[in-house]
Design a protein around this ligand. Sequence first.
Ligand code: AMP
Ligand code: MG
Length: 349
Amino acid sequence: MTMYWKVDAKWPDLQIIRRAGFTLLRGGLVAFPTETVYGLGANAMDGEAVSCIFAAKGRPVDNPLIVHLEDMHKVDTVAAGISPLATALMQKFWPGPLTLVLPGTGVLPGEVTAGLDTVAVRVPNHAVALGLIKAAGVPVAAPSANTSGSPSPTTAGHVLADLDGKIDAVLDGGPAGVGVESTVLDVTGKIPVILRPGGVTPSQIKAIAGAVELDPAVMVSTVHEADRPRSPGMKYRHYAPGAPLVLVEGDEDKTGGMLAEIATDYAHSGRRVGVLAVTEDINLNGNVQLLKLGCKSDPGTLAANLYSALRDFDRRGVDVIVAEGISTQGLGLAVMNRLRRAADRIIVV
Ligand code: AMP
Ligand code: MG
């Protein structure tokens, strides 16, 4: 049975948090809100508990987890050789949606790091997450709290839809704010490399680091063939709803028109179509359900609504989803990375 604990996002009930921390210490799995998406936590020092995360999610065991700490001063308990640049980034962005890939110390079980000699670490910016880590008194390994491959959860309801009965508890602290995962940044080399775009943008990193590179795998849709991606998670299809997703991207003035054309064609062939749009006036006909993700000019809102919209279409039981691409400026880069990874087909106009 999965316990459901409702807590205030800012001032969570300490008794509940302590109970949740104890559940982690006992080797249990607790889902909890962070500022990005909901995470599924286990005691990072307990390999057996961590292996339960992989079982519950159906996650490939070669995809390592992010270790969550209560504050940056704990980082040397799991990582070594921390450069001045890494420290500057922690000072600027922690607590917050930036995960740093650092040299490991070997203290963590292989289940967490997938046997790599590096470790991914972050301090989340959420009172419930921080309270839970403190209560447990150990680093907490936590991927997103969804079935592997499906859209990440931004509410406790999403977590239960995927994992009810498979985990010990979920802390419901309301919707996650950012809506997409943390930025994963490899700081083991001279120039930091973004392995996964997320809540902290490349220009924000550049302002501190002076330079930043984007791993070439970031904006490709199918990296199944990449033999040794720098972030193991990159080789899997991700973030995908149940229905096949067609992504229409390219010239901003043309995507809306092409979206309408494709959606109408699908509807005429008898399919139930979900349209995920950012263009204001779209001319749709037939059995088409439209969800507006938000305004093109406001990637923060697009990110916050993305996963919930994809899950919404699954609940409605559409046969196909046609989604409109957006600019890769700011948080738009993370949104487009997720859409491309989720897509079965990409049409460029
Ligand atoms: P998730 O936990 O689902 O948000 O995914 C965590 C992401 O961080 C995955 O894409 C992992 O491959 C990546 N990751 C975790 N640890 C490492 C590491 N040591 N080196 C590179 N990427 C990592
Ligand atoms: Mg995930």
